[in-house]
Write a protein that binds this ligand. Structure first.
Ligand code: AMP
Ligand code: MN
Ligand code: MN
Ligand code: MN
Length: 289
């Protein structure tokens, strides 16, 4: 049985390891198949795939797309995408344009709340080209405004808090279109984290399935044992394949590690069977893409 970890971040978005360091750590932690799924960007794949061949693990190109569904933000992971797909590249670049404005707006709001130079302060933590709330969280911890990232989000970055900017991300339909244009499969990330009622979650998953979505991230570091069981049942009932991903960002977070996750619940159909059974057309992994 392979150890699959199909959700992870590098310095290209809000992770703290470079794509190649991430791949090396995955290998060291016993991961056999890793998906690099940075927020709204695929630029880490080139370096990561070179390193994955060097150290001998399998790498899938992936992405975690920010989606606005109703008044909420949900994250849709695309797996085994062609990172050069024109539709995907263009869609993600629009999202990053919005993200740039939104990153500045978060800065202005935190500055109004008394944090002088919040924007430039957050930029100090940015390692790639993309600014996220995680960088603001690290800034707020760095200046001693809060002790933990959790507190930074709770006090400053979540809905209703001074630094919150309501998202205008992709629609569900657009995100799935981009993923499918790129030959990938779509997975709803960490479904238990949205705090949706069962009815609301079903409605969101219904729209996801209508748009051709394939999978549900049943096993995630965000999920406790009960949530894994519940999400496994949703997947089975709705005919969605199940995925497993750590959502690793930072070796400094000792609660989340690459490849260190429970197995899928028994009745679930693993999403990777789509590749093993050849049902999903694999993108040929040529060198230096
Ligand atoms: P953004 O896409 O800019 O809104 O940033 C979202 C990212 O913030 C997520 O991918 C997580 O990495 C991080 N995040 C969200 N909520 C929390 C939280 N409560 N504690 C720590 N990190 C969080
Ligand atoms: Mn993140
Ligand atoms: Mn996410
Ligand atoms: Mn993530």
């Amino acid at each position: 049985m392979f150890n699959y970890d199909l959700h992870s971040h590098s310095t290209v978005s809000d992770g703290t390891l470079t794509p190649s360091d991430l791949v090396r750590r995955a290998r060291d932690k016993g991961v056999d198949v890793l998906a690099l799924t940075d927020h709204d960007e695929v630029a880490g794949y080139g370096a990561a795939v070179v390193e994955s061949r060097r150290v001998g693990i399998q790498l899938l190109a992936g992405v975690e797309i920010s989606v606005t569904w109703g008044r909420q933000t949900v994250h849709i992971v695309g797996l085994d995408v062609d990172p050069d797909s024109a539709g995907l590249v263009k869609g993600l670049s629009h999202l990053r344009d919005y993200r740039k404005w939104r990153g500045e707006e978060i800065g202005r709001r935190l500055e109004n709340a008394g944090f002088v130079d919040a924007y430039s302060g957050a930029l100090e933590y940015q390692q790639g080209d993309l600014l996220t709330r995680t960088h603001y969280g690290r800034f707020l911890v760095g200046v001693g405004a809060v002790e933990t990232m959790q507190d930074a989000f709770k006090k400053y970055l979540l809905r209703g808090r001074p630094g919150y900017v309501s998202g205008k991300w992709a629609s569900m339909e657009e995100a799935l279109q981009w993923i499918h244009d790129a030959g990938g499969v779509a997975v709803v990330a960490h479904p238990a984290r949205y705090g949706m009622t069962r009815t609301k979650l079903r409605s969101m998953l219904g729209e996801f399935i209508e748009c051709g979505g394939e999978g549900l991230e049943v096993v995630s570091s965000s999920h406790n044992g009960n949530e894994i069981q519940t999400m496994g049942q949703h997947a089975v009932q709705l005919g969605l394949a199940a995925s497993r991903g750590s959502d690793f960002h930072d070796p400094g977070n000792r609660w989340v590690e690459l490849g260190r996750l429970p197995s899928l619940p028994k009745k679930c159909e693993p999403i990777w069977e789509r590749w093993e059974l050849g049902r999903h057309p694999r993108v040929p992994q040529t060198a230096n893409r």
